[in-house]
Design a protein. Sequence first.
Lengths: 190, 190
Amino acid sequence: MPSCLRELAQWRRFDKDASLFAIGDVPRYVYFIVNGEARLRRHSREGTEMVLQRARNSFLAEASLESAAYHCDGVASEAILALAFPVGDFRLALADCPNFRSKWISHLLREVRRARAQVERQGLRNAGDRILHYLETECPSGQLQLSQTRKAWAAELGLTHEALYRALGKLSRQGVLRVEGSLIEKLNRG
Amino acid sequence: MPSCLRELAQWRRFDKDASLFAIGDVPRYVYFIVNGEARLRRHSREGTEMVLQRARNSFLAEASLESAAYHCDGVASEAILALAFPVGDFRLALADCPNFRSKWISHLLREVRRARAQVERQGLRNAGDRILHYLETECPSGQLQLSQTRKAWAAELGLTHEALYRALGKLSRQGVLRVEGSLIEKLNRG
DNA sequence: CGTACTTTTGAATCGCATCAAATCTGGTGG
DNA sequence: CCACCAGATTTGATGCGATTCAAAAGTACG
């Protein structure tokens, strides 16, 4: 990140569950989550929570850089430390700093890929398949150190927490996974 | 698009169902679909087709610009005309042409938003809700002129075609939608 | 210690997937 | 022009799996 931009950024702290921005707000800042985790979420009409992005040492809601309004809520999953870049300055820095710019493009490309992987995952109609797909795409090592509650993970997978618990239990019983506390490991078979 | 880049592009024609690239291929070109439609798709282990992107007058599989391999198959939905840009030249043009670059960034941002909208849609557990969500996010006018078969649309919605037919029929009977051939219109209620 | 929340399991229900089969449609070749 | 064929469209019947509602046990935190 270019120093010119960093100087214009404001350090911000948010408590757990605090709102960084809400749907409909005019985007004034691009947030970089330095410490902790923030998420992008929406609620369906019936109230089920949907998680669209989890940011940890990364930007949150990048797409809002050019939007007239936020399409989602941004909330802190825990107490966090964030850098807030005024969008105007951010755009200027993108125009001025080639290094920063190519980082930004890489970041966007990665985010597109991640979102598409999530689409593919949600297309799987089977709870167990979604879990395995998550492990395969998000954990190169095959080991997932869960940094959130299982209930929150269920929302990210597009499942109810009950369905997630049962599917985890089933996969564990079948010997496909080893579940030990917040560590979930794929065993090498089928 | 900068003229310098356009000169380096190659015009390509593909028949219906022809493959532009396949999963695992090393990306050599970035494709711009000039005429017709191409799609990015994957198959789940059980064989259900999943549509991740539909490109029409736009880039296909942008994310591959920096990948070592394609993550999806690219196929022509119909006979198409495309521009193929060698990835090396494409990256150089991004570095050299500010105008082109900002267009590219805008495009990526739009693609992130679209993918996230699709994630949100797939999170809806109800077939009718997915249809309505699609109309709301993809058709500002509330009118959808379907440019593909319903069966293909069903794959994009993450439904079986039977479920789509039934949900369409139900919404139509309830007076929420007006369905007339390939035109689907949201009526202002509910 | 008490409270709020997560985790876990159970039972009932509902909607979608699946399998099946009957039109309908567009396009091809005779 | 018509017969034919492949695929899309549509409807029906059945089963499965996720949701939903419910409740108990575990856990973190003040």
